[in-house]
Design a protein around this ligand. Structure first.
Ligand code: PEP
Length: 261
């Protein structure tokens, strides 16, 4: 394990998307909270629909489990019917928010520009954004064409100051891997994460880049998580389908622990 990894606490984030009902949320949390209370070397979080977040924050009040919003608006508050205010998320006790998920970009026309507005809005309101980078870095791995991915990272972070970027997590989630059953290989994921870290070093400084967590997402399972999380630049996973079941979610947290022990 690299020395660098020691300073970054692994982060396992479930993305439930639009897949749970209220009683299922409650039962899931009931099941995972006791074992998670014993875990202090890994951070665990669950991204859920807005309607559940306040209840989840209440239910997890004595737990290290983080409640994560799946989206946020770029204005603090105002006349934006149907949107979610970052100020209101912070006010109910949410600490993290996904920004720029591939499905937001694909179905809701999010662009690098709106992602950037949302990242800044989140930080301004005390939320920690988990920024999705969905560029296909296979091209980078094969042809060393780093430009699109570097551009996406730089665009997402425009205007984010040095003292704020520590609150950012980056999730590398190549479009072709999300929900497809075809995860990036550990080597592809590492190369992409390394490129992202180099980009952060260029934008800020090498010291700061070493402090920022970079997750991999896209068809992660309990079978491939170990090799992916074992990579030096990968500090955790963002998991959709495979984290819908409490046992699998706990297994992923256990696997994350083994990568630091
Ligand atoms: C996701 O949607 O962020 C994701 C990684 O989904 P899945 O694990 O199902 O590919």
């Amino acid at each position: 394990m690299s020395q660098h990894k020691i300073q970054r606490k692994p982060f396992v984030v479930a993305n439930w998307k639009m897949n749970k009902l209220a009683h299922q949320v409650h039962e899931f949390l009931d099941e995972v909270m006791p074992p998670l209370a014993q875990v202090d070397q890994v951070e665990a979080g669950i991204a859920a629909q807005d309607i559940f977040l306040a209840d989840m924050v209440r239910q997890t009040a004595d737990s290290p489990l983080q409640v994560v919003a799946e989206n946020v608006h770029w204005e603090d508050y105002g006349a934006y019917t149907g949107e979610t205010s970052p100020r209101a998320l912070a006010d109910i006790g949410v600490r993290y928010v996904l920004v720029g998920h591939f499905e937001r970009r694909k179905f809701f026309n999010e662009t690098d520009a709106t992602v950037n507005l949302k990242v800044n809005a989140a930080l301004r309101n005390g939320l920690k954004p988990i920024i999705d980078i969905d560029e296909d870095m296979r091209a980078y791995a094969q042809f060393m064409d780093a430009e699109p991915a570097v551009a996406q990272v730089a665009a997402a972070l425009a205007g984010v100051a040095v003292d704020q970027v520590r609150n950012v997590t980056i999730a590398y989630e190549p479009t072709w891997a999300i929900g497809s059953g075809e995860a990036a290989s550990a080597d592809q994921a590492q190369k992409a994460a390394h490129l992202i870290r180099q980009t952060l070093a260029h934008l800020y400084s090498p010291v700061i880049a070493e402090k920022i967590r970079i997750l991999y997402g896209g068809s992660v399972t309990v079978d491939n998580a170990r090799s992916i999380m074992g990579q030096p630049d990968i500090d955790g996973v963002l998991v959709g389908k495979a984290a819908l079941h409490p046992k699998a979610f706990l297994d992923l947290v256990d696997i994350a622990q083994t990568t630091i022990e």
